[in-house]
Design a protein around this ligand. Sequence first.
Ligand SMILES: NC(=O)c1ccc[n+]([C@@H]2O[C@H](COP(=O)([O-])OP(=O)(O)OC[C@H]3O[C@@H](n4cnc5c(N)ncnc54)[C@H](O)[C@@H]3O)[C@@H](O)[C@H]2O)c1
Length: 431
Amino acid sequence: MERGMKRREFLGAAAGAAAGMILPETVMSVGIGERNIRLGYVGVGKRGTQLVECMFRHKGIVVPAVCDMDAKAADRASGLVEKAGGKRPETYTKGPKDYVRMFERDDLDAIVVAVPMPIQGPISGAAMRAGKHVLSEVAPAITLEQCWDLVRAVEESGKTYMLAENVCYFRDMMMLQNMLAQGVFGRLTYAECGYIHDMRHLGFNADGSPTAVAMMFITMIGNLYPTHAIGPVAQFMGIGRTDRFVSLTAATSVSEAVQHYAARRFGKDHPSAKIKPRCGDMTNAFIKTGKGLLIELRFDMASTRPHPNPVQCLLQGTKAAYQADGRRIYIEGRSKGYDWESLDVYQKEYEHPLWRQFAEQAKGTGYDGADYFMTRAFVETLRTGAASPINVYDAALWASIIPLSAASIQAGGKPQAFPDFAAGATAKKPS
Ligand SMILES: NC(=O)c1ccc[n+]([C@@H]2O[C@H](COP(=O)([O-])OP(=O)(O)OC[C@H]3O[C@@H](n4cnc5c(N)ncnc54)[C@H](O)[C@@H]3O)[C@@H](O)[C@H]2O)c1
């Protein structure tokens, strides 16, 4: 348990943070305070680089060390630290385990992990076991074993873990969170969400050989990237606080899109045009909650389709409904007639307090400013010692959709029970 706090208190404190993204009153212990926060990075590719730049929007950040197997990437990130006025970090570039050497340093408070998905969990766990707090990119784990290991690493180390799920900090998502907290939706009954984002351009090298992204489609099955879609919806529904995920059932379509793309780009006789991905083009899952709420979760990173809004979201409450597509809302007794209105109509009234206060500072950071609020939440958590707003139990639960959806598909759609991560890894062994 983080810093010796009782689990119930911990979950309660985190609930306050997640409900309104406002730091909870319960302070678990003395945090880092106002001194410099010393960050190390593992993985400074596209996403890690964004997170290096964004962190310097906050006061008192120093980066003594950076690790990446790719020396050029580590060098580029070090240059960015210098450009921001910091001392050039020491780099760790001697292969896939060199982060172990970096974790031995005693001048790092926390590690930001932004490596490929299959190693995100193991590296985050190793960092906490070495005594560092962690901010981890998504998805945080890809198997149930990795999910449990992550929970165990937090409980055994007492370190703070936060999942860097930036969609939870999108302006509209935080405004909706605020509206839900103020009862605008009445009781939430149903949600649809999905990550539908054609990523095939990242699937192949220039010679047509598959990259790690295409290899995921080739070797895995199920919803391979659930957290962007499920994160905000789980928070809207109070999952892990006042409700829980009970079971999931999934189905997948035929796979045609990846090989179709490869044939178009590299010719129909190229070996990549003949691959047979295990992952279908569209994977849908239904999730039931303990209170009987229903979620339809979709996943498609392969089909031809423009993506102005890659994160789909539809919310149904007893008093209001919302659709991300078109940013439309209907509120009983307020919307004129029986028609949708733009969410903008309610912006002044329901803008999240943090966005009201910090929108200027967030300008220019990733995902229309969401990265500012996400990194700010991590920095504030470390400074105050408050509970993580997206803690390891959330991370494990959201990530477990990857293996559970695969298991359900392989069992012909049979419902799969969610593990009770919040009961604790030390109290309950994985089955
Ligand atoms: N939150 C978001 O909006 C968002 C956006 C993009 C990517 N991501 C996530 O961020 C992660 C990284 O994605 P990316 O697009 O930056 O990929 P990338 O390939 O550009 O970067 C990954 C980096 O990790 C390094 N690396 C790999 N194995 C390593 C090891 N053992 N030790 C040290 N360095 C290692 C690689 O050399 C590379 O520089 C992924 O998990 C992805 O899902 C999240």
